[in-house]
Design a protein around this ligand. Structure first.
Ligand code: SF4
Length: 268
Protein backbone atom coordinates (compact mmCIF):
# COMPACT_ATOMS: atom_id res chain seq x y z
CA UNK A 1 0.00 0.00 0.00
CA UNK A 2 1.49 3.37 -0.89
CA UNK A 3 2.02 6.07 1.75
CA UNK A 4 0.77 9.68 1.44
CA UNK A 5 4.39 10.78 0.82
CA UNK A 6 4.71 8.29 -2.01
CA UNK A 7 1.42 9.45 -3.51
CA UNK A 8 2.53 13.06 -3.31
CA UNK A 9 5.86 12.20 -5.01
CA UNK A 10 3.98 10.30 -7.72
CA UNK A 11 1.69 13.30 -8.35
CA UNK A 12 4.63 15.73 -8.58
CA UNK A 13 6.50 13.43 -10.94
CA UNK A 14 3.41 13.04 -13.14
CA UNK A 15 2.89 16.80 -13.23
CA UNK A 16 6.41 17.25 -14.53
CA UNK A 17 5.97 14.61 -17.26
CA UNK A 18 4.07 14.91 -20.47
CA UNK A 19 2.12 11.92 -21.76
CA UNK A 20 2.91 9.94 -24.88
CA UNK A 21 0.82 10.95 -27.84
CA UNK A 22 0.23 9.63 -31.36
CA UNK A 23 2.70 10.86 -33.96
CA UNK A 24 0.29 11.62 -36.75
CA UNK A 25 -1.91 14.70 -36.69
CA UNK A 26 -4.87 12.60 -37.88
CA UNK A 27 -4.54 10.23 -34.91
CA UNK A 28 -4.16 13.15 -32.50
CA UNK A 29 -7.28 14.75 -33.95
CA UNK A 30 -9.17 11.50 -33.47
CA UNK A 31 -8.03 11.26 -29.86
CA UNK A 32 -8.99 14.89 -29.25
CA UNK A 33 -12.40 14.27 -30.83
CA UNK A 34 -13.07 11.41 -28.40
CA UNK A 35 -12.26 13.71 -25.48
CA UNK A 36 -14.37 16.63 -26.72
CA UNK A 37 -17.31 14.28 -27.38
CA UNK A 38 -17.04 12.97 -23.82
CA UNK A 39 -16.73 16.49 -22.42
CA UNK A 40 -19.96 17.37 -24.23
CA UNK A 41 -21.68 14.51 -22.41
CA UNK A 42 -20.18 15.41 -19.04
CA UNK A 43 -20.71 19.18 -19.27
CA UNK A 44 -23.62 19.79 -21.67
CA UNK A 45 -24.49 23.16 -20.13
CA UNK A 46 -21.01 24.62 -19.66
CA UNK A 47 -21.03 28.37 -20.23
CA UNK A 48 -19.15 31.55 -19.42
CA UNK A 49 -19.38 31.98 -15.66
CA UNK A 50 -19.18 35.79 -15.83
CA UNK A 51 -22.47 37.72 -15.87
CA UNK A 52 -22.81 40.15 -18.77
CA UNK A 53 -25.38 41.65 -21.12
CA UNK A 54 -23.25 43.03 -23.93
CA UNK A 55 -19.67 42.96 -25.27
CA UNK A 56 -18.62 45.96 -23.15
CA UNK A 57 -19.76 44.30 -19.93
CA UNK A 58 -18.02 41.04 -20.82
CA UNK A 59 -14.83 42.86 -21.74
CA UNK A 60 -14.75 44.73 -18.43
CA UNK A 61 -15.74 41.65 -16.39
CA UNK A 62 -13.01 39.55 -18.02
CA UNK A 63 -10.36 42.18 -17.33
CA UNK A 64 -11.56 42.37 -13.72
CA UNK A 65 -11.37 38.58 -13.32
CA UNK A 66 -7.56 38.59 -13.22
CA UNK A 67 -6.37 37.29 -9.83
CA UNK A 68 -9.84 36.73 -8.46
CA UNK A 69 -12.81 34.43 -8.98
CA UNK A 70 -15.70 34.82 -11.40
CA UNK A 71 -18.09 34.64 -8.44
CA UNK A 72 -16.43 37.64 -6.84
CA UNK A 73 -16.46 39.59 -10.10
CA UNK A 74 -20.17 38.83 -10.45
CA UNK A 75 -20.74 40.25 -6.98
CA UNK A 76 -19.55 43.74 -8.00
CA UNK A 77 -20.42 44.09 -11.69
CA UNK A 78 -24.21 44.63 -11.33
CA UNK A 79 -23.56 47.83 -9.37
CA UNK A 80 -20.63 48.80 -11.61
CA UNK A 81 -22.71 48.49 -14.79
CA UNK A 82 -25.78 50.07 -13.21
CA UNK A 83 -23.76 53.22 -12.54
CA UNK A 84 -21.54 53.09 -15.61
CA UNK A 85 -23.45 51.27 -18.35
CA UNK A 86 -21.23 52.22 -21.30
CA UNK A 87 -17.64 53.24 -22.10
CA UNK A 88 -18.49 56.94 -22.07
CA UNK A 89 -19.96 56.80 -18.57
CA UNK A 90 -17.10 54.67 -17.25
CA UNK A 91 -14.43 56.90 -18.80
CA UNK A 92 -16.02 59.87 -17.00
CA UNK A 93 -16.32 58.13 -13.61
CA UNK A 94 -14.46 59.48 -10.61
CA UNK A 95 -11.54 57.14 -9.85
CA UNK A 96 -12.47 56.97 -6.14
CA UNK A 97 -16.01 55.86 -7.00
CA UNK A 98 -14.70 53.05 -9.18
CA UNK A 99 -12.25 52.04 -6.46
CA UNK A 100 -15.03 51.86 -3.91
CA UNK A 101 -17.13 49.54 -6.08
CA UNK A 102 -14.17 47.34 -7.01
CA UNK A 103 -12.75 47.15 -3.49
CA UNK A 104 -13.98 43.56 -2.80
CA UNK A 105 -11.90 42.26 -5.73
CA UNK A 106 -8.51 43.22 -4.29
CA UNK A 107 -5.99 45.24 -6.33
CA UNK A 108 -8.87 47.70 -6.57
CA UNK A 109 -6.75 50.74 -7.42
CA UNK A 110 -5.10 48.98 -10.35
CA UNK A 111 -8.46 47.57 -11.46
CA UNK A 112 -10.13 50.99 -11.32
CA UNK A 113 -7.28 52.38 -13.41
CA UNK A 114 -7.71 49.53 -15.92
CA UNK A 115 -11.46 50.21 -16.24
CA UNK A 116 -10.79 53.88 -16.83
CA UNK A 117 -8.08 53.26 -19.42
CA UNK A 118 -10.11 50.63 -21.23
CA UNK A 119 -13.25 52.78 -21.38
CA UNK A 120 -11.29 55.82 -22.55
CA UNK A 121 -9.56 53.82 -25.30
CA UNK A 122 -12.92 52.47 -26.52
CA UNK A 123 -14.28 56.04 -26.71
CA UNK A 124 -11.16 57.54 -28.30
CA UNK A 125 -10.41 54.86 -30.88
CA UNK A 126 -13.54 52.81 -31.48
CA UNK A 127 -16.43 55.28 -31.15
CA UNK A 128 -17.51 53.77 -27.84
CA UNK A 129 -18.01 50.29 -29.35
CA UNK A 130 -16.13 47.09 -28.56
CA UNK A 131 -14.31 45.99 -31.73
CA UNK A 132 -15.08 42.48 -33.00
CA UNK A 133 -11.61 41.42 -34.10
CA UNK A 134 -8.70 39.91 -32.23
CA UNK A 135 -6.24 42.32 -33.83
CA UNK A 136 -8.16 45.36 -32.60
CA UNK A 137 -9.11 43.98 -29.19
CA UNK A 138 -5.50 43.27 -28.21
CA UNK A 139 -4.60 46.92 -28.84
CA UNK A 140 -6.79 47.92 -25.87
CA UNK A 141 -5.02 48.46 -22.53
CA UNK A 142 -5.08 45.36 -20.31
CA UNK A 143 -6.50 43.14 -23.06
CA UNK A 144 -4.45 40.12 -24.15
CA UNK A 145 -5.35 37.22 -26.43
CA UNK A 146 -7.05 35.35 -23.62
CA UNK A 147 -9.47 38.19 -22.84
CA UNK A 148 -9.97 38.94 -26.54
CA UNK A 149 -10.91 35.32 -27.27
CA UNK A 150 -13.39 35.27 -24.38
CA UNK A 151 -15.13 38.34 -25.81
CA UNK A 152 -15.04 37.13 -29.42
CA UNK A 153 -16.39 33.68 -28.57
CA UNK A 154 -19.04 34.66 -26.06
CA UNK A 155 -20.23 38.05 -27.31
CA UNK A 156 -19.71 37.93 -31.05
CA UNK A 157 -20.02 34.21 -31.81
CA UNK A 158 -16.54 34.23 -33.37
CA UNK A 159 -14.72 31.00 -32.41
CA UNK A 160 -11.88 31.57 -29.97
CA UNK A 161 -9.62 29.36 -27.86
CA UNK A 162 -9.11 30.78 -24.39
CA UNK A 163 -5.91 29.33 -22.97
CA UNK A 164 -6.30 30.06 -19.29
CA UNK A 165 -4.63 28.06 -16.56
CA UNK A 166 -7.13 25.16 -16.85
CA UNK A 167 -7.15 24.91 -20.64
CA UNK A 168 -3.34 25.02 -20.75
CA UNK A 169 -2.89 22.40 -18.02
CA UNK A 170 -5.49 19.92 -19.28
CA UNK A 171 -4.37 20.28 -22.89
CA UNK A 172 -0.88 19.27 -21.83
CA UNK A 173 -2.23 16.33 -19.82
CA UNK A 174 -4.16 15.14 -22.87
CA UNK A 175 -1.18 15.52 -25.19
CA UNK A 176 -2.88 18.24 -27.23
CA UNK A 177 0.14 20.47 -26.73
CA UNK A 178 3.53 20.36 -25.08
CA UNK A 179 3.74 24.13 -24.83
CA UNK A 180 3.54 26.16 -21.63
CA UNK A 181 3.32 29.36 -23.65
CA UNK A 182 -0.42 30.14 -24.11
CA UNK A 183 -0.05 31.50 -27.66
CA UNK A 184 1.82 28.39 -28.84
CA UNK A 185 -0.64 26.14 -26.97
CA UNK A 186 -3.54 27.96 -28.64
CA UNK A 187 -2.02 27.26 -32.06
CA UNK A 188 -1.59 23.54 -31.25
CA UNK A 189 -5.16 23.20 -29.95
CA UNK A 190 -6.53 25.04 -32.99
CA UNK A 191 -4.86 22.45 -35.24
CA UNK A 192 -6.72 19.63 -33.47
CA UNK A 193 -10.26 20.93 -32.96
CA UNK A 194 -12.77 22.25 -35.50
CA UNK A 195 -13.42 26.00 -34.97
CA UNK A 196 -17.15 25.52 -34.38
CA UNK A 197 -16.44 23.80 -31.03
CA UNK A 198 -13.58 26.00 -29.80
CA UNK A 199 -15.55 28.31 -27.52
CA UNK A 200 -17.83 25.70 -25.97
CA UNK A 201 -15.02 23.19 -25.53
CA UNK A 202 -13.00 25.75 -23.57
CA UNK A 203 -15.93 26.23 -21.17
CA UNK A 204 -16.12 22.46 -20.71
CA UNK A 205 -12.39 22.11 -20.14
CA UNK A 206 -12.52 24.91 -17.56
CA UNK A 207 -15.39 23.13 -15.75
CA UNK A 208 -13.45 19.86 -15.76
CA UNK A 209 -10.31 21.59 -14.53
CA UNK A 210 -12.20 23.28 -11.71
CA UNK A 211 -14.17 20.24 -10.60
CA UNK A 212 -11.97 17.21 -11.29
CA UNK A 213 -8.61 17.66 -12.99
CA UNK A 214 -7.01 19.94 -10.42
CA UNK A 215 -3.57 21.35 -10.76
CA UNK A 216 -2.03 19.70 -7.71
CA UNK A 217 -4.18 16.66 -7.15
CA UNK A 218 -6.25 15.55 -10.13
CA UNK A 219 -9.11 13.23 -9.15
CA UNK A 220 -8.18 10.61 -11.77
CA UNK A 221 -9.94 7.75 -10.03
CA UNK A 222 -13.58 8.33 -10.87
CA UNK A 223 -12.78 10.90 -13.59
CA UNK A 224 -15.24 10.69 -16.47
CA UNK A 225 -12.34 10.90 -18.95
CA UNK A 226 -10.13 8.28 -17.29
CA UNK A 227 -10.38 5.75 -20.12
CA UNK A 228 -9.41 8.37 -22.72
CA UNK A 229 -6.75 10.29 -20.81
CA UNK A 230 -3.11 9.60 -21.65
CA UNK A 231 -2.04 11.01 -18.27
CA UNK A 232 -4.14 8.67 -16.13
CA UNK A 233 -1.36 6.11 -15.81
CA UNK A 234 1.21 8.81 -15.03
CA UNK A 235 -0.81 9.93 -12.01
CA UNK A 236 -2.33 6.66 -10.82
CA UNK A 237 0.49 4.28 -11.64
CA UNK A 238 -1.68 1.65 -13.33
CA UNK A 239 -3.38 1.60 -16.74
CA UNK A 240 -6.73 3.35 -17.03
CA UNK A 241 -9.93 1.33 -16.76
CA UNK A 242 -11.70 0.42 -19.99
CA UNK A 243 -14.76 2.47 -19.09
CA UNK A 244 -15.03 5.86 -17.36
CA UNK A 245 -15.84 5.93 -13.68
CA UNK A 246 -18.63 8.02 -12.18
CA UNK A 247 -17.96 11.70 -11.58
CA UNK A 248 -16.71 12.12 -8.01
CA UNK A 249 -19.83 13.73 -6.58
CA UNK A 250 -18.94 12.71 -3.05
CA UNK A 251 -15.83 14.85 -3.08
CA UNK A 252 -17.40 17.77 -4.95
CA UNK A 253 -17.27 20.15 -1.97
CA UNK A 254 -13.59 19.54 -1.51
CA UNK A 255 -12.92 19.90 -5.22
CA UNK A 256 -14.83 23.20 -5.43
CA UNK A 257 -12.74 24.58 -2.56
CA UNK A 258 -9.51 23.41 -4.15
CA UNK A 259 -10.65 24.98 -7.38
CA UNK A 260 -11.33 28.37 -5.78
CA UNK A 261 -7.87 28.38 -4.21
CA UNK A 262 -6.21 27.39 -7.48
CA UNK A 263 -8.14 29.97 -9.49
CA UNK A 264 -7.08 32.76 -7.17
CA UNK A 265 -3.47 31.62 -7.25
CA UNK A 266 -3.16 31.12 -10.96
CA UNK A 267 -5.15 33.91 -12.56
CA UNK A 268 -3.48 36.85 -13.98
S1 SF4 B 1 -7.74 11.08 -15.76
FE1 SF4 B 1 -9.05 12.89 -15.55
S2 SF4 B 1 -8.32 13.91 -13.69
FE2 SF4 B 1 -6.71 12.47 -14.34
S3 SF4 B 1 -5.29 13.70 -15.58
FE3 SF4 B 1 -6.79 12.73 -16.95
S4 SF4 B 1 -8.44 14.24 -17.21
FE4 SF4 B 1 -7.23 14.83 -15.43
Amino acid sequence: MSSPQNNSKKTKAAQARLPRRPRSLAARREQARAITDRLALLYPDAHCALLFRNPFQLLVATVLSAQTTDVRVNSVTPELFRRYPDPEAMAGAAREDLEEILHPLGFFRAKAKSCHGLAAALCDRFGGEVPASLEELVTLPGVGRKTANVVLGNSFGIPGITVDTHVGRLSRRWGWTRQADPVKAERDIAALLPPEIWTQTCHRIIDHGRKVCHSRKPACIGCGLADLCPSYELFVGVPAPALPGPMPGASMQETEETSKKETQESRG
